[in-house]
Structures are given as structure tokens and as C-alpha cells.
Design a protein around this ligand. Structure first.
Ligand SMILES: [Zn+2]
Ligand SMILES: [Zn+2]
Length: 160
């Protein structure tokens, strides 16, 4: 997991532009029912970064909503095209992370391969790969926390 140079992406209509500062990227597949609904796919393909490395250029175009009380995630969507443009969570106290949809990154950088499937008990479609698969709330949370800690550690080694 290496650091990438500064990246940018836009929502589907272009109203929301997001900058990602150099940081390690962790890519995961989430099968939870909310991700299925918002991504309109059988699972969401997401990239996790630290929230402090994310700059939303026009934050007023994003509206945030918490879709469930158990999962601590504020999901932001573009007010114009309703793209799930970014979500924020404080899964570890004092460490805010951002969840960003892989599809918006385009081809500006060679994106890392996904490291895991989470909330696999909710799967609609079987992942045809050999990645580790975590079912249920607790194990999905624990593995996500582990990857966030990896980001924090790897970030110290970034040369950008
Ligand atoms: Zn939009
Ligand atoms: Zn999800």
C-alpha cells in the first residue's frame, strides 16, 4: 500500500469536486443493504482515506444523512445528482475517516486492489474472488478498524 499523488474526483453531474491529499488508499467492497441501495449495485466498491486528507471544494452542494443508528456513518450525497459522493465516520475515537466511491476516481491513478468484502452476510451476489470475506456487524467493523490503522501507519512512510 503506497501513497499516491494528489487526486481529485467529481460526482456524476460535476457539482461536487473532491480533492484527496497524498495518502495510502484502502479499497474494500461493502455488501450492506444501505450501500446496495445507494450505489445501485449489488455491493459498493469504496476507497477509505483519512477525513483530514479530503477537501470538498464546494461543501454546500453536499447534504448529509445518517441512514441507520447502529452504523456510525454520515453519508453525503450531491444535492443535484444524488451521487453518494463521500461519507464520513468516526469508527475509532478521534480518527475520522472518509469513504469515497471508487467509480469516481476514473483512471487518474492505478487504484489498489480491494483487500476485503465486508457485511458479506447481506450479499446479493457472491464475490468471485479469493479476498477475505467478513460477515456481520462486529467482524466487519473490526477489520475496517484494522485497515484504518494500517492507513495511519503507512501514511507516516509517505514520501509525497
Ligand atoms: Zn452531482
Ligand atoms: Zn456498506
Amino acid at each position: 500500500m503506497n501513497c499516491h499523488p494528489k487526486l481529485t474526483y467529481k460526482c456524476a453531474c460535476g457539482a461536487v469536486k473532491v480533492q484527496i491529499k497524498p495518502s495510502p488508499l484502502v479499497r474494500m467492497f461493502c455488501h450492506c443493504s444501505i450501500c446496495q441501495k445507494l450505489s445501485k449495485q449489488s455491493y459498493a466498491d469504496d476507497i477509505l482515506v483519512l477525513a483530514k486528507d479530503v477537501i470538498i471544494e464546494n461543501p454546500t452542494a453536499v447534504s448529509y444523512k445518517k441512514h441507520t443508528t447502529i452504523f456510525p456513518l454520515q453519508r453525503g450525497e450531491c444535492q443535484h445528482c444524488q451521487s453518494p459522493v463521500v461519507a464520513f465516520s468516526t469508527l475509532i475515537p478521534l480518527v475520522k475517516i472518509a469513504v469515497t466511491p471508487t467509480q469516481f476516481y476514473g483512471h487518474q491513478v492505478k487504484l489498489p486492489k480491494a483487500v476485503a468484502h465486508v457485511f458479506y452476510d447481506k450479499k446479493e451476489k457472491i464475490g468471485d474472488d479469493s479476498l477475505p470475506k467478513y460477515s456481520h456487524y462486529l467482524s466487519s467493523q473490526i477489520i475496517t478498524v484494522k485497515f484504518i490503522l494500517t492507513i495511519i501507519i503507512k501514511k507516516l512512510l509517505c514520501k509525497w
